[in-house]
Ligand binder design. Structure first.
Ligand code: ATP
Length: 371
């Protein structure tokens, strides 16, 4: 196993800046997720670590050694990219066993068979070992491709969207399997690419959020969830998404307050690092809101805002209620039985704890300015 350090990587394809000063480090044995939307530069980052893309600037270190001049096949990294290339002429077993035939591993046939069997079992493809790869579904192929990576010992695994082609049920099952490997005895340094925030939150020791070739934030799932560094990161995590309200800061009797541009939301924002008069955007996560269908007082310490029901979405036992407060839309998820008679345009209240409000500066970077 080896630590990975990526320092100041830049990569241009023609005029397009794919990576712009990307830096992060992955500790020995750590499971690191790279998360970002399509085109953010996740694959290019992974390929730079693997040596399949040569950065224009910056360094990649494996176990402390600069590998800029080391060919990909000498980096001892096991990679799985979304475009799962399997050998079409080999069956599943031989595809999975092929990396183990490298003289580097010096494994006996029995050891190789045991490793393939164990990995195939874990990935739910044990019953397919004798099939040709042309007889597999896309999801099965993807698991075989992942198996071919996980079967071999490596300094680190680079897994680029390895679950992308699986259906939701299998994805969840595989996520649990991967989590048990990554957090069990077989802890191998891993960079895991995904655009699925649930996958990142549930699997990662730490997450690096990429956007347009730049790393916006690196942190543990808790750090990123609790203190997103800007509005983009806040919005990338959570479903329903965080709700935003635009407005400005004003001085109040008891400290600085946020007042929305339309006057519909007013809330103290303790610990904000900005002055009265500044334009800001606040974000409130749905689970930090409580719905008040009647005109009742809200619990002490919470602030009430009023609005009308914009849309109701029934999701089994829960209902997502989107409330229009002034011009903003804020969502809250409540037990279905709490809102039996609610309908569109009904007047309702929402309450929130001022300490749960995220405050972001306006402008291009929308950086976090609350503590
Ligand atoms: P996705 O989630 O869609 O796979 P990504 O975050 O992995 O996206 P990359 O594949 O790293 O993004 O691509 C980053 C940017 O670089 C994109 O705009 C992409 O079009 C561009 N790009 C990647 N590889 C090449 C290439 N070989 N030639 C030209 N442009 C490229």
């Amino acid at each position: 196993m080896a630590a990975i350090e990526v320092q100041g990587i830049r990569k241009k394809f023609g005029k397009l800046v794919a990576l712009d000063d990307v830096s992060f480090s992955v500790a020995d044995g750590e499971f690191f997720c790279l998360l970002g939307p399509s085109g953010a530069g996740k694959t290019t980052t992974c390929k730079s670590v693997a040596g399949l893309v040569r950065p224009d600037e910056g360094t990649v270190r494996l176990a402390g050694h600069d590998v800029g001049d080391v060919e990909p096949n000498h980096r001892n990294l096991a990679m799985c990219f979304e475009s799962y290339a399997l050998y079409p002429q080999l069956n599943v077993f031989d595809n999975m066993a092929s990396p183990l035939r490298s003289p580097r591993f010096r494994l006996s046939d029995d050891e190789a068979r045991e490793r393939v069997g164990r990995t195939a079992e874990m990935l739910g493809v044990a019953q397919l070992l004798h099939r040709g790869v042309d007889q597999l579904s896309n999801g099965q192929r993807q698991r075989v491709a992942l198996g071919r990576v996980l079967v071999r010992p490596a300094e680190a695994y680079l897994l680029d969207e390895p679950l992308a082609h699986l259906d939701a049920k299998l994805r969840t099952a595989m996520r649990a399997e991967l989590k048990s490997i990554s957090h069990g005895d077989l802890t191998t340094t891993t960079i895991y690419v995904t655009h699925d925030y649930v996958e990142a939150l549930s699997l990662a020791d730490r997450i690096g959020v990429l956007r347009e070739g730049r790393i916006l934030q690196v942190g543990t799932p808790e750090e990123i969830w609790d203190r997103p560094c800007n509005a983009f990161v806040a919005e990338a995590f959570g479903k329903p998404r965080i709700g935003f309200v635009d407005g400005g800061l004003v001085d109040g009797e008891h400290g600085i307050r946020f007042v929305s541009s339309d006057g519909a939301v007013e809330v103290p924002v303790p610990g904000v690092e900005a002055n009265a008069g500044e334009a800001v955007r606040i974000g409130v996560r749905p689970h930090d809101l409580e719905l008040h269908p009647g005109a009742e007082d809200v619990p002490a310490g919470r602030v009430r805002v009023d609005g009308v029901v914009y849309v109701l979405e029934h999701l089994g036992r829960q209902t997502e209620v989107t409330v229009q407060v002034g011009t903003a839309l804020l969502s809250v998820v409540v037990p279905r039985e709490d809102v039996p008679d609610l309908a569109r345009d009904d007047r309702v209240g929402l309450s929130l704890d001022p300490c749960a409000v995220h405050v972001f500066a306006r402008g291009e970077d929308e950086r976090r300015i609350s503590s």
